[in-house]
Design a protein around this ligand. Sequence first.
Ligand code: PGA
Length: 252
Amino acid sequence: MRRCLIAANWKMHGNVPSIQAYLETLIERVGSDDPEVVVCPPFTFLPVALLIASGSGIAIGSQNCHWEEKGAFTGEVSATMLAELGARWVIVGHSERRQHFGETDASAAARAKAAQRAGLSVIFCVGETLEQRDSGETLAVLERQSAAVAGLDPALLAVAYEPVWAIGTGRNATPAQAQEAHATLRRRAAELLGAEAAGALRILYGGSVKPNNAVSLLAESDVDGALVGGASLDVEGFCAIIHAAPGHRPGV
Ligand code: PGA
């Protein structure tokens, strides 16, 4: 069985006064039969989020980490530092990092390895641009971007399929488009990690997930959860998405 995983990517949003109420509501509403829930606020809110979520079923993650443990890397935060704080997850290779901050397949792979070395679980993001989809390159792009998975520990890994054209645009992939991409990613994971690990791997969909489309996306057999940006900022909406997901789905 794969336990569904719903992750909130707050991006550069949030403020200290609102975090407490948000997390308290979440802790109250999420039960043990629900999917696993991870909240990824900006770095500066991690300590307060960790304090509030401590002892609850809600895990806290970061939105990025550096590939070195320490050094002269002004403005960066290492996976070791995040682990020391108590974070359990880190999002790696998000398309906004690729688009705006020069993230490459190689740097994303290095960050993911460093995160796992520090004991963090990784949400490794892949996804095609609109141009790539329109020119029929989607599956090839996913195969290329997911090659990094070969060097990773499947026990500390989830993959997120996030078509770039669906992120923050209000235009989500259809359930069929998501299922096709997820099935490709699972086949690829089977080649790289073996059938058993691929069967247990959670593949999340991200890109304009909202309470009103979550049920149909999460009904697809290879969609094991969601990485939610904009809609995760409203705790009611985020809870609705969590409750749209089955707690578990059969693995291979
Ligand atoms: P969105 O973002 O839900 O706002 O489209 C998803 C993401 O970027 O992870």
